[in-house]
Design a protein around this ligand. Structure first.
Ligand code: PMP
Length: 398
């Protein structure tokens, strides 16, 4: 997007304060973790109290077991969960586990989906990889790339063809059940169901990368929202409450393939770190005990969607808005945005003006057309009105 990078100084609730003394309403929220707002007190206090008692042990803690039990109780179709340090590690370990379990090598990923920066996934990746022009990163060997098959998001026929050509070779399909790394793209009706069926028919595992959607779209994530069972689920972002955490989870039969019970190796010096687990546990407890949270997030984001749509329409701007729950993105194209290609058709120059215009008005959205906005519950309706008003001003300049 050009311009001068913003340096964060501090943040509280829905607001970010930069080193130049500006207050920004934050629609990135650390790329998702801050579902309840920045410096959320129960999370901060849990971290402070834990830090006084030691910051890393390299051995099990009751705390890690407690957050594991809570996560397993909130999310459907999982019996065990393993904590790691990032979403990247979660997805990387999930495909190793799927390959070990199925004794197959190939995986299917979707163009424009991002599953972190491990080698197997940097093939037509979304997010920063596409923003910075390297969806296929140098450094990924041809040997690795050949085991990653690419499909078009929302194109079931395309996936069927891959299964026909690679019979009995596909270990897993990995998908963002709501894509958030090419803007926000909802799964078309029947798409996830169709993939589930294909996996069942072919002895392939279905991996939901819920790094963005987990504990954001519902307590049980996209599995709960769409009522589709995944075989392995990856988490990050919200599950760590803003500390470096990822996790992957599955039913016993699959998780028991993982070391030390099974042969598929995975480990980490700081995995299950007490500060990270304390933050994550405080976060999940808040989410679990607030029966209205997801309804409030839905209502706030729907209000924002409606307001932005109105002012952009009034200003004769050509746009499409995609939204699922508290994930939303604005695309400057008239046609539906349903996959990587249609996301790439958006007018980047207009997006650039939109981004910088909003920044000037004190609104911080992701500096890329290939990212979703993450709505936080800390936003008030006054903040949303302020934002819609800012969009109205900026729309006149587009
Ligand atoms: N999967 C998805 C869906 C993501 O959005 C991201 C990060 N944005 C990752 C995996 C990687 O997570 P991390 O940046 O914590 O490694």
């Amino acid at each position: 997007m050009g311009g001068t990078p913003i340096f964060a100084k501090e943040a509280k609730g829905a607001y970010l304060y930069d080193e130049d003394g500006n207050r920004l309403i934050d629609y990135i929220n650390s790329w998702g973790p801050m579902l309840l707002g920045h410096a959320y007190e129960p999370v901060v206090n849990a971290v402070i109290e834990k830090a006084k008692k030691g910051t890393s042990f390299g051995m099990p803690t009751a705390l890690e077991t407690e957050i594991a039990a809570l996560a397993v109780s909130m999310v459907p179709n999982i019996d065990k969960i393993r904590f790691v340090n990032s979403g990247t590690e979660a997805c990387m370990s999930a495909i190793r586990l799927a390959r070990g379990f199925t004794q197959r090598d190939k995986i299917i990923k979707f163009s424009g989906c991002y599953h972190g920066h491990s080698d197997s996934f940097l093939i037509q990746a979304g997010s920063g990889a596409i923003t910075f022009g390297s969806p296929n990163s140098p450094g990924v060997t041809a040997g690795t790339a050949k085991d990653t098959l690419l499909a078009r998001y929302n194109d079931l026929e395309n996936v069927k063809q891959l299964f026909e050509v690679n019979k009995n070779e596909i270990a897993a399909i990995i998908i963002e059940p709501v894509a958030g790394n090419m803007g926000c793209i909802p799964p078309a009706k029947g798409f996830l169901e169709g993939l589930r069926q294909l996996c069942n028919d072919n002895g392939t595992l279905f991996i939901f990368d819920e790094v963005m959607t987990g504990f954001r779209l519902a307590k049980g994530g996209a599995q709960e929202l769409f009522n589709i069972a995944a075989d392995i689920v990856c988490f990050g972002k919200v599950i760590g409450g803003g500390l470096p955490v990822g996790a992957f989870a599955a039913r016993d039969e699959i998780m028991n393939c993982l070391a030390p019970v099974g042969p598929v190796y995975q480990a980490g010096t700081l995995s299950g770190n007490p500060l990270a687990m304390a933050a994550g546990l405080a976060m999940l407890q808040e989410i679990n005990s607030d029966a209205q949270l997801f309804q409030r997030l839905e209502e706030k984001t729907a209000y924002l969607e409606k307001g932005i749509s109105k002012v952009l329409t009034d200003a004769n701007v050509v746009f499409t808005i995609n939204r699922v729950g508290s994930m939303i993105s604005v695309h400057f194209d008239a046609n539906p945005v349903s996959d990587f290609q249609t996301a790439a058709n958006g007018d980047n120059e207009t997006f650039k003006k939109f981004f910088h215009g909003l920044l000037r008005e004190g609104i911080y959205i992701a500096p890329s057309a290939y990212e979703t906005w993450f709505i936080t519950d800390a936003l008030t309706y006054d903040d949303l009105d302020f934002t819609i008003n800012a969009v109205s001003k900026v729309a006149k300049e587009l």
